[in-house]
Design a protein around this ligand. Structure first.
Ligand code: ZN
Length: 243
């Protein structure tokens, strides 16, 4: 684990019942009372302190620049210095691990802007939920975006494995197991099964994260967090919102 994470964990986040209480406490401090939080410690990137709606708007504006080929120049040297003491990303993203999807590029964002969890098939595991709880409760991220993409190999492999009833080699059956419920939900639908399953997988994981107790669901209920879903289009880089 990186030094910065250890520092943050040391401030009150370990995967125990006590940590949930501490994290919830931190969420109250950081989200319910921004003035007090600011007094406690100024965020390294003040421009990242946004409402959930403003966060989504900023993501989409960044994606528009990326699509149009007018991405901004990011001053990594300056950002390194600002981020030594902490982080306050303006959004968290659960993305597929596919090498063609690069959230920081796709949303034209710098270091310290996006808290990104990636796994082939962009589904939420126990560890992912915990990571995103940390992003929301401790780092005060106001938005979680589940980001699928067209032609997803993990979803395609899950469809083929279920249809052929042939298990994949190695540890890959764990991907199939996680994606299978979304695939099964669309098998009887008309149209393109792969596209439908990719979309359903995003929708299902948005629902899972938004209802994950006790931290994420509470933040959603208090309107401090939005959980949304999008699909990255490989051909032009555009992210279409689906949830
Ligand atoms: Zn994929």
């Amino acid at each position: 684990m990186c030094t910065a994470c250890r520092q943050d964990l040391g401030r009150g986040f370990t995967p125990t019942r006590r940590s949930v209480l501490l994290a919830a406490s931190a969420m109250g401090l950081l989200l319910a009372d921004p003035v007090r939080a600011k007094e406690t410690k100024a965020p390294p990137k003040p421009e990242n302190v946004l409402s959930p709606d403003a966060s989504l708007k900023r993501l989409m504006a960044g994606n528009k620049r990326y699509v149009e080929g007018v991405a901004r120049r990011h001053d990594f040297k300056h950002e390194r210095e600002a981020l030594v003491g902490g982080q306050n990303p303006y959004a968290a993203i659960l993305s597929c691990a596919d090498s063609r999807i690069a959230p920081e590029y796709a949303f034209d964002s710098g270091r310290g802007d996006l808290f990104v969890c990636r796994v082939a098939g962009n589904f939420a595991t126990e560890e992912t939920v915990a990571s995103l709880e940390y992003a929301v409760a401790v780092l005060a991220a106001p938005l979680i975006l589940v980001l699928g993409h067209d032609s997803c190999g993990a979803v395609d492999a899950a469809i083929k494995s279920l249809k052929d009833e042939k298990p994949l080699p190695g540890h890959m059956p764990s991907l199939v197991e996680a994606i299978a419920p979304s695939v099964k939900a669309v098998l009887q639908q008309g149209g393109d099964t792969l596209n439908n399953a990719i979309r359903q997988n995003v929708i299902d994981n948005v629902a899972k994260l938004g209802s994950a107790t006790p931290i994420l669901n509470a933040a959603v209920e208090q309107r401090k967090l939005r959980v949304v879903g999008g699909i990255y289009r490989l051909a032009n880089g555009k992210v279409d919102m689906v949830a």
